[in-house]
Design a protein around this ligand. Structure first.
Ligand code: EPU
Length: 337
């Protein structure tokens, strides 16, 4: 295991922010992870997975552990289900492709989400009507302070909208090493309710879609709206879609009759933050190398050499404007470091 010092993290975060880590080490196995933790007890440890949901605003005075543990195992459980486990360092989309190739259904709507398997449960990744909590069974994680292993069940993870116990009480305390899903092998339960998926399938005359059809449709929708981090630095949605009491929403709707919304339950309404940001005139705006994506206002972008601070400044401007204009406080989805 080689420790690299003063290491640039530009290639290790999808925003492409050029900050440095005091020490950086790639971890290829659970054994290596436990060894490193016991050798560096008490050190400031920073866990880096795919770097797809973070905005780095300063150099990291820490030992960065880049978790690249690979491997996928499958276990056919019954006539229509398989337990599929992936180690934390597997690329999420490659894992989805593996499942589709092997006809395991359940995560096809989550195609093309950047990042690694290990960080997927942390924010309960979701897209097009599906979240990982829907097929998640458990994950294994190593306790940073003691190096001991713990299995977390779905209930223990406390999943919510872009949220879990790993973003709250246990933030930074555990390193996820393996995630297990229960997926279908025959009678797949497709979720095509998201408008754009349905429309695209009809346009292609696909009446009985396969999981591959759904995956390909999701990929084309994502490509049409979301910037590819390989081309333009970004971390997907920068903010969460705010959920407000339905009574407040009714007031807002009187002032803005076109406001899109999703009814979460009878008391709560979710509003697309992208709409709020677009209405506030930010869509497509650019300040130097930092800006708001031209096709999706919820995505902040680094065109080339923006600093994390510059992106953070834009996010603050957006938050203040939305608060003034709509009385809504946006919560960031991306972790600000
Ligand atoms: N909208 C606008 N202007 C914009 C963007 C969006 O008016 O610039 C409005 C439109 O009315 C549109 C609606 O917002 O119909 C919803 O937009 P979209 O379908 O693009 O989804 P989103 O709510 O902006 C969420 C997730 C995405 C996920 C998509 C699809 C959050 C914070 N984001 O975005 O997740 O891919 O739905 O399910 O929940 C991510 O988490 O990084 C992410 C990309």
């Amino acid at each position: 295991m080689k420790i690299e010092r003063n290491k640039s993290l530009k290639e290790h975060n999808t925003f492409g922010i050029n900050v440095k880590a005091t020490e950086f080490i790639k971890i290829n196995s659970e054994k290596e992870l436990i060894e490193i933790l016991s050798m560096h007890k008490g050190k400031n440890i920073f866990i880096l997975s795919g770097g797809s949901n973070m905005l780095l605003t300063k150099d990291l005075e820490a030992l960065v552990l880049h978790i690249t543990i690979k491997g996928i195992t499958t276990n056919i459980e019954s006539d229509n289900s398989a337990l599929v486990s992936a180690n934390a360092g597997e690329n999420w989309h490659d894992f989805v492709e593996f499942c589709i190739h092997n006809n395991f259904g359940g995560i096809e709507n989550l195609s093309l989400i950047p990042g690694y398997v290990g960080s997927a449960p942390i924010q309960n990744i979701g897209a097009y009507g599906v979240e990982i909590k829907d097929s998640f069974i458990s994950c294994e994680a190593i306790h940073v302070a003691s190096g001991t292993k713990k299995l977390f069940t779905r209930e223990e993870c406390n999943f919510g909208y872009r949220n879990s116990i790993f973003k709250n009480e246990l933030k930074g305390k555990y390193i996820i090493t393996k995630v297990t899903f229960r997926l279908t092998t025959k009678n797949h339960v497709l979720n095509t309710s998201y408008g754009a998926i349905e429309k695209a399938l009809i346009e292609q005359n696909i009446i009985s879609p396969t999981i591959k059809d759904v995956s390909e449709t999701v990929i084309s929708i994502r490509k049409s709206k979301l910037p590819d981090p390989e081309e333009i630095g970004n971390s997907g949605s920068f903010f969460k879609n705010p959920v407000i009491p339905s009574e407040s929403f009714a007031e807002l709707q009187k002032l803005h009759p076109d406001i899109p919304f999703y009814q979460v339950d009878k008391n709560n309404t979710k509003i697309p933050a992208g709409w709020l940001i677009e209405q506030s005139g930010f869509k497509g705006k650019r300040w130097g190398d930092a800006g708001v994506h031209i096709k999706q206002a919820l995505v902040l972008v680094n065109y080339d050499n923006a600093s994390g601070q510059e992106i953070l400044e834009i996010s603050k401007k957006i938050r203040e404007t939305i608060k003034e204009k709509f009385g809504i406080v946006l919560e960031t989805e991306v972790n600000i470091i």
